[in-house]
Design a protein around this ligand. Structure first.
Ligand code: KIV
Length: 275
């Protein structure tokens, strides 16, 4: 009888399981957005564990005022560029605005991002209302990263880019949303622009890793938009970002400095956090 050949994953490849191990061991996870092949290679060489093809590309690459105009074709294009270069990091991609407004639509679009664009996980913005979608995606073998707090795709509903969940009721609701999304099958959770103590509570309660942006130092990992990290985003610098190129010799040095600052829990500090 012939035995099936078991192909072991490359030891350097980051998986959902290895991210969970990092959380359990207390080692912080470094994540940066990427929209092309060259930066993906540099980010992996710097030791980033997750590359996120964020729909922030609508603003930093395409010049829109929000992420709303970004299309599925845009995401497939940029995700494919990232996937061609990607070797070690887990590749997560944003599902764009209104591409997951029903379970069937989410399944079809996520399948494209996984099979056509070579992604490992899709990211959705929203709380408990997405639990059925998360269950459907994960039951079809599509891992999900949830996203709570400031939801850029809902900027018109929120009335601007502001810190979220500051009052006790909305903080409690966010904590419950996080738990419901984990129970529904989410493997990762991005927390954007919420008070640091709340992000700490959420991170403590969940088994899955939390990745913060403007959510303080107690998350299991940190993400920055690549262009913010390099200080090339025009306009006012958001409080939670830092220009790592300022004190580095070159771009690879800036990316390494970000990874080191995250791993050594030096970034973010109180100056980059909300209380
Ligand atoms: O689109 C993006 O870049 C994101 C990060 C800010 C988390 O969602």
């Amino acid at each position: 009888m012939r035995h099936p050949v078991i192909i072991m994953a490359d030891a350097r490849e980051i998986t959902i399981a290895s991210l969970r191990q990092l959380k359990q061991s207390g080692e912080k996870i470094a994540c940066v957005t990427s929209y092309d092949a060259s930066f993906t290679t540099l980010l992996e060489q710097a030791g980033v564990e997750i590359v996120l093809v964020g729909d922030s590309l609508g603003m930093v690459v395409q010049g829109h005022e929000s992420t709303l105009p970004v299309t599925m074709d845009d995401m497939v294009y940029h995700a494919s560029c990232v996937a061609r270069a990607g070797k070690t990091a887990l590749r997560v991609v944003d599902m764009p605005f209104m591409s997951y407004s029903s379970v069937d639509q989410a399944l079809g679009n996520a399948a494209r991002l996984m099979s056509e664009a070579g992604m490992h996980m899709v990211k959705l913005e929203g709380g408990r209302e997405l639990c059925d979608t998360v269950k459907a995606l994960t039951s079809h073998g599509i891992p999900v990263c949830a996203h709570l707090g400031l939801l850029p795709q809902s900027v018109n509903q929120l009335g601007g880019y502001r810190v979220q969940a500051r009052d006790p009721e909305s903080a409690q609701r966010l904590l419950e949303d996080a738990q419901l999304l984990e129970q529904a099958g989410a493997s990762l959770l991005v927390l954007e622009c919420i008070p640091a103590p709340l992000a700490g509570r959420v991170s403590e309660k969940l088994q899955i890793p939390t990745i913060g942006i403007g959510a303080g130092p107690h998350c299991d990992g940190q993400v920055l938009v690549l262009y913010d990290l390099l200080g090339i985003t025009p306009g006012k610098r958001p409080k939670f970002t830092h220009n790592f190129l300022e004190d580095a010799q070159d771009i690879p040095g800036a990316l390494r400095a970000f990874v080191e600052a995250v791993k050594q829990a030096r970034f973010p500090d109180a100056e980059h956090s909300y209380s």
